[in-house]
Design a protein around this ligand. Sequence first.
Ligand code: TPP
Ligand code: MG
Length: 620
Amino acid sequence: MEMDRRTLLHGAAAVGGLLLASRVPAQAGVRRAPGWIEGKLTGAMAVVETLVEEGCDCVYGIPGAQENELWDAMKTRGLPYLLCTHEFSAAVMADGYARATGKPGVLAVVPGPGVTNSLTGLGEALVDSIPLVAIVGDIAQGEKFRPFQVHCLDQVALLKPVTKGVFHVEEVGQVAAAIRQAFTLAMSGEPGPVAVVIPYTLLTESHDFHTPPAEAPGVPFDAECFRQALMLLKETRFKVGIYAGQGCMNYSDLLVQLAELLQAPVATSVSGKGCFPECHPLSVGWGYGSHATGASERVFGGLNPMGQIELLLAIGVRFSEVSTGYYNMPKIKHVIQVDANPCNIGKVVKVDVGVQADAGAFMSKCLEFCGALKRERDEKLLERIHSAKADDLRRHQKIEALCGADPMAFILALRRNLPCDGMVFVDVTISEHLAAEAFEVTKPRTYFNPTDNQAMGWSIPAAIGAQKVMPGRPTAVIIGDGCFLMSAMEVSTAGRENLPVKFFVLDDQAYHYMQRLQKAAYLRTTATILARLDYSALAQGFGVGYFEIDATSKLDDGIQKVLEYPGPVLCRVITDYRDRKVRWIDAVARRYTREMTPAQTTRFLARIGSRAIQFQRAND
Ligand SMILES: Cc1ncc(C[n+]2csc(CCOP(=O)(O)OP(=O)(O)O)c2C)c(N)n1
Ligand SMILES: [Mg+2]
């Protein structure tokens, strides 16, 4: 039976030595040690004390009758919080916080609509392996239960499919331990979201707490498989290439050392962008294959047989649909896959050796064998990467827009003007694929994209969530006008709090992404035209600054002005996609077409044929 994503993550949690409990046992033990939650506290105070002990810097969400006690306790204790406009944003702000800091993000929502609104954001975190702790105030349960309470949905059942696990607290004495276990589970093995559901009546009850610190989350190290991997890596006759993902995000230095030791070109997944500096002479940028950068295709195989990699070392990376352009990567003779979650290993690509290990532990161990692994500096390889990257840049620099701004020119201009430690949040616009190719990322945790759930509207709350705890870090959003319409109200939060996020809206009055997919398959577009918005009036309404860029030639100047503006800014970038080639779309279309059955192909060709001869094609 095919395992679903949640089952896979459970696998990781169980292997990490932590068993998921549906009922949290009361804790007892030694007193007064650091990290303990001690003393007579209400349930709400115990939640807050535990959050403080776990290093939480901000709670995102919206209060309600079932959680007011908690919000009041946060205020009393001085735990920072951020009120958002919708619980989708609460989950996504916590997600942005987690991606930017590396720590679990925390959201607090009411049951019923609070929970259902948050599900899309939690789902994004689940499939993108982002650690979150969702605190849900439930309706009264147990002796206090009454029929037909407001928000009386089954919160636990709703949360289960979009989390690694749900803890349902049944007694006030379990509260602190439940929050602790949630943090541990969120971070153990492959990270992910965890929910703690607390009936609101427990938040006002008191208890004498003696809750110990939780065990640090860990990942087992498979020493035997490491030995086998080492043997393969020592085979200098195989040209080796590294494919690195989000699992490497904390270990950029180790990855650089390992790549230089092995003289291996490095490609990353989309969510791995930044774990290896893309300005490094061994970097080929994002992905490997015809959907990704031209440099990766030339160096990893496909176009140039001389460049063919024979041994792929995949570290902390899954071969997901988006990053691989619908599983479009070239086949590589030998593969070593290293992952914290053993269930991810060999799932998409057949591997010679799979090593369950934390990426950092694996790379550190490899570096202990530097004498045996060292390869000669490969001038030819470095030259090939250099010239392939120069070719890519020349292609990117070609302006295709006739009116308005060229989207690729915008991406290059934003990169030129945003400092390298600035954070950029890229939404589900077709430009996400242009940015993945051309937005050069040199530092970890500076480039963010909702990769595997592709939740439109994600970038606005994610950027606000990160900016809230990273004052002084320049923060930009790249969002299409369609995605903007999904979460635009959240711009008012940036306005209210004066969080200086710069929202660049690529306005083409259409779902261009869908138009590209539809035109290729149907020779016409359906349901893709958007409203003409008055962005200036919106900015005024949200209480943020406003700028407009209407030509490619005005990009640098316009972006500089936006970045220099002291507060949040809505910037409309009038965008002309024209027929700019998007390698990802073309590769996915080719791959998809190859997989059609003969009957599907016949139907497809007949439809295309009949529509091609229509004088006027009805769009939208
Ligand atoms: C919540 C959600 N609904 C629908 C989709 C499908 N979808 C992906 S991209 C897209 C259109 C994006 O349009 P826009 O934001 O204007 O970006 P553009 O490509 O025009 O730059 C749609 C409808 C999705 N990914 N997520
Ligand atoms: Mg659009």
